[in-house]
Design a protein around this ligand. Sequence first.
Ligand code: GUN
Length: 281
Amino acid sequence: MSAILMDGKALSAKVRGQILEETHQLEQRGVRPGLAVILVGEDPASQVYVRNKEKACAECGFYSEKYVLPTETSEKELLGLIAELNQNERIHGILCQLPLPSHISEQAVIAAIDPKKDVDAFHPVNVGRILIGDYDFVPCTPAGVMELLDEYNIDPKGKRCVVIGRSNIVGKPMGLLLLHRHGTVTICHSRTEQLADICREADILVAAVGRAGFVTPDMVKPGAAVIDVGMNRVDGKLCGDVDRAVAEVAGYFTPVPGGVGPMTITMLMKNTLKAARRAAH
Ligand code: GUN
């Protein structure tokens, strides 16, 4: 079997086009969506992500501000900037790129962002709302995966869904979104025993491990949808968590690059538009 490729680049372009139209409508009511992105330090991967977020803002017609702060920035200084942005009426969404330098508490920074501007959906209030299924902001990577599944008419209802990875950013919220859509969800991680056997039961398999080529064809049920959240650099080349040979077994798969990655940023734009729309009311 040769799997159907789930084209996140094409879907992103379509959704960004819809967002641009809505931006024009909002502007007629005097509101232009605004996103502030903060980067502390010089992590090369983070620099690329932040640049891509700026580009996406331009494509969607958003106002954007970028703050690039030196690694030595104190937690107090960063919290001060966030407090200002919380009050800034031009800014509807605030994103502080993770990871932060080790002397800054990520939890303190996330908690300082006004939950109404927390377009990452990382604030404990928003995390709690996702848990109970009453949320406005959806965490961007899992939201991007759900949009891709919907685009290809893959319904998690009643299906075996396996997520590999239990991070706060991807694995845990991914499991919850699939559960809200009536999937039967298993979250696996580095201590999981018989991981391959569990993966082989999955109709929908989401890999968010951070290890290149971790998911091999023997771990995949024939015809399954295999979603690759991995962004690994191997010899300077971007590759996912899923071995390319999986495409011979799976029914659907997401490429890296061009699968989940562009969707994540598009979902950030969607959350920012949502925040701006709320501010317009
Ligand atoms: N670092 C890696 N992914 C993300 C993300 O989705 N949001 C933020 N703020 N930092 C990240």
